[in-house]
Every structure is written in C-alpha cells, then in structure tokens.
Design a binder for this molecule. Sequence first.
Ligand code: AMP
Length: 217
Amino acid sequence: MRVVLLGAPGAGKGTQCKRIVEKYGVRHLSSGDILRKERAEGSELGAQAQSYMDSGKLVPDELIVKMMAGAIGKAPQAGYVLDGFPRTVHQAQELDKSLTSDGRKIDAVVDLKVNEQIIMERMTGRRSCPKCGAVYHLKNLKPKVKGRCDHDGTELVQRPDDKPEVVKKRLETYYEQTEPVVGYYKKNGRVLEVDATGGADEVSARLFGMLDALAGK
Ligand code: AMP
C-alpha cells in the first residue's frame, strides 16, 4: 500500500503515520525526519537544508525530490506512507512522474483536517527527544518523568521550528505552497478527508476505517 498523508503542520501526521506503519507494515517516510537525520549526521544536504528549516521555509524542490526518490527506492514491497512530502505541486508532479515510469501509483491520498487554533496549541506545546526523536506534548502527551524522554532519559527540547514565531511562518508556507497539493490530487483523483480534531485514537479510528475499506479488509 502506498499512501500520501497530507495536512498542516501539527495536524498529527507523524503520530498517525506511526500507527499506519504498525497496522499495515509499510515504511514511514517522513521528509522532515530524514532532513533532521541528515543535519544530525552533518551531511552536505543537512547543511544546505538548515537555514530553510530553522526559518520555517521550504527546502528547495530539487534537493527534496532527489532525497525522497532515494528513500522510496529503498522502501519494502509492503509499501510506504509519505509524511511531509510532497509539499509543493511541483514535488507532487515529480513524484507522479517517477511512479508512472516505474508502473506504480499512490493508492490513497489522505488529508488530515484541523483548525488553526488547535495547530498552534499542538505545535507550541510539542517537545521532542534530540536523541531518539520521540515526540511529547506539555499537556496532551506528557513523559513519565517531567522533561525527560521515556525511552532514554534524554532532556526534551523544543524544536527550533516549533517556536510560536516559526510556527506562524510554517503555517503561512503551508497555506501558500502545500494546500494547493490537496487541490492537485483532488483534480487527479480521490482525496480521503479525515477530521483530525480530538485524540490520536479517535483520529486513527476514522483513518483506519477509510484505509481498511480501500485495502478491502
Ligand atoms: P516537518 O517535520 O515535516 O514539519 O518538516 C520540517 C521542515 O523541513 C519544514 O519546515 C521544511 O523546512 C523542511 N521540509 C520537510 N519536508 C519538506 C518538503 N517536502 N519540501 C520542502 N521542505 C521540507
């Protein structure tokens, strides 16, 4: 199964992707996570992406398209769920081109829908583990020990791009450049719209209902 998960930053894409991976055995391909790993490893791509990421702007399409083509090429037979990619219409077109040339297609495009107030609350309260990448929330998903990762005890941090002023910029970028991707997929086929308000379990139940129907389960 090949799934594209769309939605504003803070819509819960990362959380739902992890659950899709557990249920359907596909690989989670998050462009943001791959970029953060590149940065942590000090690669050239990581260095090129740094200033864009820290100011809430998009990394240039050509870098991202190449990076994601590499990750998709290594995905298992079971498929993948794309998280944070494609983020511009050009990226979506490039993805389509490369899939068509391999005789493949995306099985489902899901749009997680949530309002702006909830996005601000979710993102500015988010804390992550710089070591393992686990994600917490000051109110909704507290770690067992305050300020420490449940898995490795590392001190949790706020991602530089989760600070309120950068979240605002990321949302502007989303409305300008990424929302048109939903329109692109609507023109080319079906987009499954999922109400992403409420707790993660509620959202998963709605999402799995749709994906199960698609997978004929
Ligand atoms: P995310 O964790 O998906 O919110 O991504 C964090 C940051 O990485 C974004 O604000 C962008 O700067 C960059 N990024 C991630 N995915 C993409 C993409 N598909 N195209 C361009 N930039 C991206």
